[in-house]
Design a protein around this ligand. Structure first.
Ligand code: FES
Ligand code: FE2
Length: 377
C-alpha cells in the first residue's frame, strides 16, 4: 500500500522562518492576503442575520447570511470612525448591523441605513458609506474568504480538491463540536506535523494501531493541496477512541471509501480529515510568529445526529487526545528551532509532504508583492 516517496534531499527551513516578525509580516502580505482562507462551515449560519467572524491579524470579516439567504462577507470596520461592529465570534444580528459607538446602522448587504445626526453635515450621503465587502465563496459546505483585492478564482486555486471530496457531501453535515486551542508554535509547524506519520509510532500508539504509520499513499504530492489516504487495520473502523465508527457510513460513500481516512492540507489555512462517518476540519489562525490558534471542528451528517443514541464522543475524544499530543510536539519543536544551536536537518523520505509544503511556501514567499492587500469593494 505504500509507494516510493521522496523528500528530494531537502532540509528543514532555517530558524528565522519560525521566529522572525519580519517574515511573519511578509507571510501576511504574500500568502494570507493572496489565498482563499477557510472561515468555517455553512451549518454555522442559520437564518438571515446569523453571522460568524473570520479574524486574522488586523483583519476581521463578518461572514453572514443575508436577507436573500445568500452568504456575504463584510469588513468589520465602521465607515464612521472605524470601530469594530461585531465583537462576539458568532451570533444573530437580526436585520441590521448596528455600530456600538455612535449607532450607525447597516443593512445585511452592507448598505448604510441610518447615521444619526449626519443629515446636518453638508454633502453627506449615506450611499457613499456602505461597509466594504470581501470575496466569499461556498465550496462543499465550507466557507472561504479572501482578504486581497484580486483573488485567483477559487476553482483554479483549489482545483486539486475537485472530485476528491464530493462523496463526503460536507455541505450536508453539521458542526457538532468546536474545540479551540492556542499553542506557542509557528503556524507552519502544524502543517509539518499534520503531514507526516513518522512520529506516530512514538507519540500516538493508539492512532498507530488503527492506521499503521506506513499505510499511506500521497495522491496529491505537489501544490497547494497535499495528502492522500491512510488505510485502517479494520475495514469497518474509524478514527475513534474504540476504533469503531460512531455513525453510519456517510451517505455519499461507497464500498471503496470504507477502510481509510483521507488527509489533506489546504495551503495555508486548513486540514481536512475525511473519515467514513464524519469529517474533521482544522483551521490555523496565526497570531504571531510563535503563536497559533487552531480551531478544530467535528462535522457529522444530520441524519446521524437525528438517530436515537447518537454519540460523537468517541470521535471527539480521539482527536482531542491526538491534537494535544501533536500540539505538544509543535511547541517543543518551536523551542528548538528558536535556539541558536538549531541548523536545518535532513527530511526523511516519509516527510516528502513537508518538503512539498516548503516548496509551495517558499515559492509563495518569493512572489512579487501582492497588487494590494487592501479590501475589495
Ligand atoms: S464609529 Fe461606528 S458609528 Fe461611530
Ligand atoms: Fe500527530
Amino acid at each position: 500500500m505504500t509507494e516510493p516517496r521522496s523528500a528530494r534531499g531537502q532540509r528543514t527551513l532555517a530558524g528565522e522562518y519560525f521566529t522572525s516578525e519580519e517574515i511573519f509580516r511578509r507571510e501576511q502580505e504574500r500568502i494570507f492576503a493572496r489565498r482563499w482562507l477557510c472561515a468555517g462551515h455553512v451549518s454555522e449560519l442559520g437564518q438571515p442575520g446569523s453571522y460568524l467572524l473570520f479574524e486574522l491579524g488586523a483583519e476581521s470579516l463578518i461572514v453572514l447570511r443575508d436577507e436573500s439567504g445568500g452568504v456575504r462577507s463584510l469588513h468589520n470596520v465602521c465607515r464612521h470612525r472605524g470601530s469594530r461592529l461585531c465583537l462576539e465570534p458568532a451570533g444573530e444580528l437580526g436585520r441590521a448591523i448596528r455600530c456600538p459607538y455612535h449607532a450607525w446602522t447597516y443593512a445585511l448587504d452592507g448598505t448604510l441605513r441610518a447615521a444619526p445626526n449626519m443629515a446636518e453635515v453638508a454633502g453627506f450621503e449615506r450611499a457613499d458609506h456602505p461597509l466594504r465587502s470581501a470575496p466569499v465563496t461556498l465550496w462543499e459546505g465550507l466557507l472561504f474568504v479572501h482578504l486581497g483585492a484580486a483573488p485567483e478564482p477559487f476553482a483554479r486555486e483549489l482545483a486539486a480538491l475537485g472530485g476528491r471530496v464530493e462523496p463526503w457531501r460536507i455541505g450536508e453535515l453539521t458542526r457538532v463540536q468546536r474545540t479551540t486551542y492556542e499553542v506557542e508554535a509557528n503556524w507552519k509547524l502544524f502543517f509539518h506535523n499534520y503531514s507526516e506519520c513518522y512520529h506516530c509510532p512514538t507519540v500516538h500508539p493508539h492512532l498507530n494501531q488503527l492506521t499503521p504509520y506506513r499505510n499511506t499513499r500521497n495522491d496529491l504530492a505537489e501544490g497547494g493541496v497535499l495528502g492522500g489516504p491512510m488505510w485502517m487495520t479494520h475495514p469497518d473502523g474509524s478514527m475513534t477512541i474504540g476504533g469503531e465508527r460512531c455513525a453510519p457510513l456517510l451517505p455519499g460513500l461507497g464500498e471503496a471509501d470504507r477502510g481509510h481516512v483521507r488527509y489533506y492540507t489546504v495551503f495555508p489555512s486548513m486540514f481536512l480529515s475525511l473519515h467514513p462517518d464524519y469529517v474533521l476540519v482544522h483551521r490555523a489562525q496565526p497570531l504571531g510568529p510563535t503563536r497559533t490558534r487552531i480551531h478544530c471542528d467535528w462535522l457529522f451528517h444530520r441524519d446521524a445526529l437525528a438517530a436515537p443514541g447518537f454519540d460523537p464522543a468517541p470521535a471527539i475524544e480521539f482527536w482531542d487526545l491526538t491534537n494535544r499530543q501533536d500540539w505538544e510536539l509543535c511547541a517543543n519543536a518551536q523551542r528548538g528551532v528558536a535556539s541558536r544551536a538549531y541548523v536545518p536537518g535532513p527530511y526523511a523520505e516519509l516527510e516528502s509532504q513537508l518538503a512539498a509544503f516548503d516548496r509551495e511556501y517558499l515559492a509563495a514567499m518569493d512572489g512579487e508583492p501582492a497588487a494590494a492587500a487592501r479590501p475589495a469593494g
